[in-house]
Design a protein around this ligand. Sequence first.
Ligand code: GCU
Length: 878
Amino acid sequence: MRLFVRLSALAILLTGCGVWAEDGSAAWLRYAPVEAAKYEGVPSRIVVLGNSVVERAAGAELAKGLSAMLARPFTWSVQPFQFGAASTNAILLGSYRSLGDHTMDEASSSMPGTDRYSIRFSRQRGSHRVLIAGSSPQAELYGAFHLLEEIGADRVIPEHETQVASAAIRWTDEWDNLDGTIERGYAGPSFFFKDGHVLQDLTRASDYARLLSSVGINGCNVNNVNADLDLLSSEHLREYARIADAFRPWGVKLALSVDLTAPQIVGGLPSFDPLDPTVVAWWKQKVDEIYTLIPDFGGFTVKADSEGRLGPSKYGRSPADAANVLARALAPHGGVVLYRGFVYNNHLDWRDPKADRARAGVDNFVRFDGQFDSNVVIQIKEGPIDFQAREPVSPLFAALRQTNMAIELQTSQEYTGQQRHMIWLPSMWKWVLDTDLQADNRHTPVKQIVEGRSFPRPDGKSRLGGFISVTNAGAEANWLHHPMAMANLYGFGKLAWNPDEPLSSIIDTWTRLTWGNDPRVDQVIDALQLHSWQVYEGYTGPNGMGTLTNILGYHFGPGIESAERNGWGQWFRGEKDGIGMDRTAAGTGFAQQYPPSLAAKYDSIESCPENLLLFFHHVPYDHRLRSGKTLVQSIYDTHYLSARAAGEYVPQWMTLKGLVDDDRYQLVLRLFTFQAGHAIVWRDAIDDWFYWRSQIADVHGRVGNHSGRIEAETMATEGYQPVEVTPWETASGGKAVVCRLNSGCSLSAVITQPAGRYNVAVQYFDLWRGISNYQLLVNGKGVSRWAGDDTLPPAQFDPHLDGQTSTRFTVQDVWLKPGDTLMLKGTPDLRDDLNRSSKEAASPGAIEAHTLEQRDYRELAPVDYIQLGPNGAMTPQE
Ligand code: GCU
């Protein structure tokens, strides 16, 4: 005990300084010490009334968290409830019934399966009591986490508070593959699987379940929706049971994605036709097998007839036929089927003006409305395309009336900066959830639809519904790579629990728990996060045109025309006469898939919200927006403004030095610096492209004229060779230079700018597979050197010089005067086979126009341009 008290004192001392090393693994469950005097009345004795594994976890968690935060020892034990002295001066945790409240337990709830808890704090004649009552062991655990959260965020414990979950299904979908990779994973490999098996050590899986549970998430589907085909073999099932064991104390149910061909692939049957009785029997037997191993198994997620996955259409069967077979096998055990609404044709004819991928959800599902069993839920992506920076909400939410629905949101930032850019997605999700679809001219916001309240069952009860987050937690210590990205997972849990919780309260609690209660820290971080969606949208694809990322590659940097003229249907139709998909009645008719009042609003260019304008309309570049600006000018301005706003993150963050621990401070600083540079890559790519397409100049003269920019291909060189970059808009002037000499190459320019202190930004390309080295010199004297060693997300694809790999390094505070020679030296990263490399280096003309020859070099020290800017800004923005 003495040791404990001493350690706590040391912790307090360190908090006083505000700086101790952290790797981010604790996320928002750091339990950092708070002002203990404020919580003197909180009793140190924790009595847990139930003896389930979940309730025991809750007792232990309370003791752990309170001891750490309040710097005094808390003890917990399991005991039956007794009135009188034994129940005073204690924190009591139990079911409503065990605490003498029969009105609120599960049996009396009007929405069975919906968790609720209450916290009561009472003081009587010098004795204190905290009651945490729940409708289920999980709900008690949520109550325990909530009490810990209130104290961690330095809030007053309310005398009485009751919280009710919005919907029964609150899951994450991890897209982990059995080989240990993660589809759209940007934070290291899987912590569930490796080499075709479940990992032996599942400590991290259990830690993850604890994090999920702390924000009310009650299910986790651990494998990719593009499921491994042999996933359901008996050998594998026994292994998944160990994951379920790791999850169980935290009340998180294990779920699995399945491929509908399993009866054939795993079961050896001649077909997987859902109406074939042998197939039906196979699923039943397989599900029974699962439940003997995992009695609390959550259910299946199904991706079928989508992006190359086979499905019921192969046999002329419907999604309802397929989903119901699985659902009937699961029903006796209480399991559910999440059948994904993401079914579309990825071989659309782009020449057909009526073709429209956005229509697919409604076109493919509405005719089966009412045919799905009561434990089937259609899992619908928030928008009709695919997690863009902004889309309208999917009209399917209002088109299905007799079917259970859940919303699929994406915490993995696939199209939104891949956890290298900060974007707080709950801002977007709230906008989606609050969107009123006005079905039957009633108030029917998306949140109420997925809570199952808008279109109740014939017996008047709410439908089964819920919230799913596609998440990509990986083996990197801090789970999602960017410390700020964890606010997305946290926010998902909070909105899934209560979609009406204000964004400001969600982010403020997250910031306090993750970074501490210092008001200076909270103010800066809250403000940055709250604006980050609009900033990201602003320097990528505003006005509803789609993110404009490279959709054929890894969806990270700009790649504008990759969306056009192919079968994927993410077209925005950027033509000579204007831009945007005509989805009105005269066009594809997509707008008419919404209930009439919303359809009319979207259909008319006058009433269509401008942030969705190009999603619904094909608009001339000189169309005047409500601001009075032309569309194209507004696009230029928005990009300049937003890239500048992203550049501001760095100086804002720097005000927090010393107020947060140094490890996380440095990591965020690096990421914000990267984002500041990459936002400029986005800005220039999109503005240059619009200028080229519209032939309308920027009235402010910025686009295409970059003062202080020196193009690498115009500099004097030793050894560097120009290459064309594809797509052209992702490199300044469409060109870069590469070096194929073992000894390195150099670029130099004579300064003509007035004498002064400058920040010198070097825009170069950093490929995952190699580490080139760079050095900046003035008049032959080195001022900085660095390695191109970033690990940008696209590890698995062939790396190119383009908007995905373009990055910058800024050398601060360089004294320059006219006549000085600025030189950049680049040294490529060679493979071990130097002989071959040096032979080729002797005939350097061999390089391809836009791809790198990777057989002999890992990375050719590529450079795009050098930008001089005034000293002060973190990275020069002209
Ligand atoms: C996107 C994503 C894929 C994923 C798919 C899905 O298209 O890029 O990686 O498989 O969505 O949600 O099924």
